[in-house]
Structure formats: structure tokens, C-alpha cells
Design a protein around this ligand. Structure first.
Ligand SMILES: O=C(O)CCC(=O)C(=O)O
Ligand SMILES: [Fe+2]
Length: 281
């Protein structure tokens, strides 16, 4: 268990003692929240000293960040003029935000150590009740930092991977809230009508979270459409995004990777035809 005790608040969250009653209780609680709300938030999961190291890692590497100013539909696909104008694949919203991609993390970074640990994988798998669960093979998207400055906005979308953790590192003065519509689509139903409603501003199914630095959130990014509201004020928002998947081989589609992480690598083209779950992207 390499250094995990320096990163995670193991007293409160004994993810390294999977036979303990505390661990079992924790899993029960997470499962209940994930079933009820489509997400669970674990306050103070990350130790303050590690949070500080993560913040410094982001700030040391600001020059490597890939910035995007572009318009996206919720699936990160190209426009499809064959479809009617009000189809959600044709509803594009402007995004401005940046990523420190996973291949630009520092060696032995706390974020990498946490992500690569077997304890974390087991904990997420048990919390979701998904077996087997894998770390993502995508070299860019597997555990990046997302960085947003003043006025940046990350519009409604679905992720390419099934499950995402988020660890807020630095909070914006105002705005920068994570909002999601739980389980809006599933493997058998894209639910275009409801997706369109949320894109048009319907708030009926939307939950807004005011995460705190050090909180760990587990959510189902491929099924719950989500966004980050506009950043207000001078303080930038930093968040770490470790990801987990059902298929250890599949990676993002090249177009999705280009739109989100700024580039596509040979692996994205080589694995482009991997059978997926039937959802658009
Ligand atoms: O920054 C967040 O809270 C979520 C970011 C996100 O949805 C993504 O990077 O795909
Ligand atoms: Fe996302």
C-alpha cells in the first residue's frame, strides 16, 4: 500500500481494511446513496497535505494544460445535418476549460498513486456494486485534472467512460458547481426527449452539488448527464478526475478524445472499432 495513508483519510475511510465492519458500513452507505441519488460524496476523503501537493502539481504544470474553446453536443460528436434541428446531437454549447491530461502528470504524483492503487479500485467497485471494474486504458482521460478559470464553462455532456470520481482541489469563489441529472440514459435507452429538456433548461431532474476541497465524489458519468456551471471570480477551479470502466480495452473514440483532451493518439484509432454498449458516445 504505497503511501496511501499520506493521501487518504484512512481513519474515517478504511478502504485498506476490507474485512472490517467500518468498511462494510461505508460500502452500504455509498451503495444506498448511489442508488438513491446516482452519486455519493465522501467529505474530507483526501488529507489536507495531499490536497496541497495536488494543487502544486497543477500549478507547476499550467503550461502543459490543453485549453479548449469550442462548442460541443452532449456526446462530443460532429454535427449530423441529417437529423432535425432540435435533436440533442445537434444542440451545441460553448465550452471553455482546460485539462492537464493523464500523460502529463508527474511521476509518483499523489493522484497517480491513488488511481493506481488496488485498494481504490476495490473500494469503487464495491461502492458501485460493479464487478469486474477496471481502471481506464485511455492514456489521456484516465486520471486528468480539469482546470477552469474565471468565466469558463463546461456544458452538459456524457462521459466516454462509465464511472468517474471527482476530487475538488480548489474551489471557485462562486459558480463552478457540479450539476447532474441522475441516470438520464441507460444502455437500452438514449432518452433523447429528456436529454433535450435538460439542455433547454428544465431543472426538474437536475441536482446541484456544492463540493468542498478534499471531498470525493463517485458518479456515473456515462449515464448521468452533467455539467460545471460558469466560474465567477478570480479563483480558478481545479478538480482531479480518476475514471473507471467495465471494459479494460476500450478507450475514447478519436473524435471524442480530440474534442475533450485536445488530441487523439494511435491507441484511439487502433481501438476505434471496439464494441461498445450501444450508446452514441
Ligand atoms: O469538473 C467536474 O466537476 C466534472 C468534469 C467533467 O464532467 C469532465 O471532465 O468530463
Ligand atoms: Fe464529464
Amino acid at each position: 500500500m504505497k503511501n496511501l495513508e499520506n493521501i487518504i483519510n484512512l481513519n474515517e475511510y478504511p478502504i485498506n481494511q476490507t474485512n472490517s465492519d467500518e468498511y462494510k458500513k461505508l460500502i452500504e452507505k455509498n451503495k444506498k446513496l448511489l442508488d438513491q441519488d446516482g452519486c455519493c460524496v465522501l467529505p474530507n476523503f483526501i488529507k489536507t497535505q495531499s490536497l496541497f501537493k495536488m494543487k502544486e502539481e497543477v500549478e507547476r504544470n499550467l503550461k502543459k494544460i490543453h485549453w479548449t474553446k469550442d462548442s460541443h453536443n452532449p456526446y462530443f460528436t460532429k454535427d449530423d445535418p441529417e437529423l432535425s434541428k432540435d435533436h440533442p446531437k445537434r444542440i451545441f454549447t460553448f465550452r471553455e476549460s482546460g485539462y492537464l491530461n493523464s500523460d502529463d502528470l508527474e511521476t509518483n504524483s499523489d493522484l497517480d498513486t491513488l488511481y493506481e492503487s488496488d485498494e481504490m479500485l476495490k473500494f469503487v467497485s464495491d461502492s458501485l456494486g460493479v464487478y469486474p471494474l477496471y481502471k481506464w486504458a485511455d492514456p489521456l482521460g484516465k486520471n486528468p485534472y480539469s482546470v477552469m478559470h474565471e468565466d469558463h464553462y463546461f456544458p452538459w455532456h456524457f462521459d466516454g467512460n462509465e464511472f468517474t470520481l471527482s476530487i475538488l482541489i480548489q474551489k471557485a469563489d462562486k459558480g463552478g458547481l457540479f450539476e447532474y441529472s441522475p441516470d438520464l440514459r441507460n444502455e437500452n435507452n438514449e432518452n433523447f426527449d429528456e436529454v433535450t429538456k435538460v439542455l433547454r433548461g428544465d431543472r426538474k431532474t437536475v441536482i446541484s452539488l456544492d463540493l468542498k476541497p478534499g471531498d470525493l465524489q463517485i458518479f456515473k458519468g456515462r449515464f448521468s448527464m452533467h455539467r460545471v456551471t460558469k466560474i465567477e471570480g478570480k479563483t480558478s477551479r481545479y478538480i482531479a478526475l480518476p475514471t473507471y470502466v467495465k471494459d479494460p480495452y476500450r478507450v475514447n473514440k478519436p473524435e471524442h478524445s480530440k474534442q475533450v483532451y485536445g488530441k487523439a493518439l494511435p491507441i484511439h484509432f487502433e481501438r476505434n472499432n471496439t464494441k461498445v454498449d450501444g450508446l452514441i458516445d
